[in-house]
Design a protein around this ligand. Structure first.
Ligand code: NAG
Ligand code: NAG
Ligand code: NAG
Ligand code: NAG
Length: 371
């Protein structure tokens, strides 16, 4: 994410104009888009606001997947949209990484409905998806503030931590997680808050579930952000340090939320119209925990109704006893064995000075694919 500003120079302008033209041409198609979610922002390139000024289509009406309130926020904060898109993309990528060895692998179905119908089920997997994408937005916006990319925020103004040694300086330009958190709360939750389902209905339960998991995702980024410092002083003596607030690596956020996924709490809608524990013997989930209201499908077979893609054709590990093992991954259907060539760097030698030279080795390995 750090070299974003470098990559996105003005050279991209021509491409964006073409894109605007292309979008205009297929605007009738855009209407067919499943209004499912702002997640779709993660799958399409978003024009920079200056293109809007040049006179392309108004950005916000072009973007699919926004709810009414989100569209309003888009109009007020146009320069944020690219980063929301980046955040969604980061979230989706991390989800796919964390679930790469599981039956449900967080794959996106197409550019429009993003994760497909399987998100209609209020399962643990859905909970994780909401949390990680909300987290992605906090992450992207907080960093964009720090990089001076947004007009309404700048460096973090977080107070100096009390336990910071007295002679260390506080005040490098930090990631603005406070702003990122608040903006993501407005934007991501907007679509849930607009809904007006009867209290206690299944749809209301699902709305509460989404809101809870969105918040858990945001808090993960907020709480994992930490102090980073840099040394100053005579030839690396580090007698002086400057410190600031810094986002955790997003992988860390992914791992944290994956743990929350594993310990997610089963909930149901209670008589007072609030989510309550399905089994009262467990601890009440905190704002950092994930919650779900429906059991997960087994994700074994392709099912158009539930949107499950099934595991046919998935790679599995013959010797593993975990979820990536052929037994579990293939749901007992068995697997086919293939031989395939694997290329890798090998026989690496260090040369004075200073580079490493490797050979490319090819070996024949077995691969196992679910029937
Ligand atoms: C999805 O997006 C990619 C790249 O943005 C594009 O090449 C592809 O044609 C799109 N697919 C659909 C179904 O719109
Ligand atoms: C798909 O899932 C639904 C809901 O669980 C189930 O009722 C239906 O039988 C399944 N269809 C197939 C073809 O497996
Ligand atoms: C995820 O699973 C689907 C369906 O089994 C498969 O088509 C897709 O290639 C998988 N994605 C990855 C990254 O393994
Ligand atoms: C398969 O699983 C075993 C046991 O968990 C592990 O040691 C091995 O590295 C895995 N193989 C691959 C190709 O991932």
């Amino acid at each position: 994410m750090d070299n974003r500003s470098v990559r996105r120079g003005r050279t991209g302008a021509a491409r964006h104009l073409l894109l605007a033209a292309a979008l205009l041409a297929c605007s009738s198609q855009l209407l067919l888009v499943d209004a499912n979610s702002w997640w779709s922002l993660g799958l399409m390139p978003i024009q920079r606001p200056e293109m809007y000024i040049i006179g392309a289509q108004p950005l916000c009406s072009q973007l699919s997947g926004l709810s009414q309130g989100q569209r309003k926020l888009c109009q007020l904060y146009q320069d944020h949209m690219t980063y929301i898109g980046d955040g969604a993309k980061t979230g989706i990528k991390e989800c796919q990484y964390q679930f790469r060895q599981r039956r449900w692998n967080c794959s996106t179905v197409d550019n429009t409905s993003v994760f497909g119908r399987v998100m209609h089920i209020g399962s643990r997997e859905t909970a994780f998806t909401y949390a990680i994408s909300a987290a992605g937005v906090v992450n992207a916006i907080s960093r964009a503030c720090r990089e001076g990319e947004l007009s309404t925020c700048g460096c973090s103004r977080a107070a100096r931590p009390r336990d910071l040694p007295r002679d260390w300086l506080w005040g490098g330009c930090g990631d603005n997680v406070h702003y990122g958190y608040r903006f993501a709360r407005e934007f991501v939750d907007a679509r849930e808050r607009e809904k007006n389902y009867p209290r206690g209905s299944p749809e209301h339960a699902r709305t509460l579930m989404n809101l809870h998991n969105n918040e858990a995702g945001r808090q993960a980024v907020y709480n994992l952000a930490n102090v980073a410092c840099k040394c100053h002083g005579v030839s690396g003596s580090c007698s002086l340090k400057t410190c600031w607030l810094q986002l955790a690596d997003f992988r860390r956020v992914g791992e944290f939320l994956k743990e929350k996924y594993a310990s997610a709490a089963a909930m149901r809608i209670g008589r007072k119209g609030k989510l309550e524990l399905e089994d009262k013997r467990f601890n009440t989930p905190t704002a950092e925990d994930l919650v779900y209201i429906d059991p997960s499908p087994d994700y074994c077979l392709r099912n158009e109704t539930t949107g499950s893609l099934g595991t046919q054709g998935r790679l599995c590990n013959k010797t593993s006893e975990g979820m990536d093992g052929c037994e579990l991954m293939c749901c007992g259907r068995g697997y086919d064995q293939f031989k395939t060539y694997k290329h890798e760097r090998c026989h690496c030698k260090f040369h004075w000075c200073c580079y490493v030279k490797c050979k490319r080795c090819t070996s024949l390995v077995d691969q196992f694919v679910c029937k």
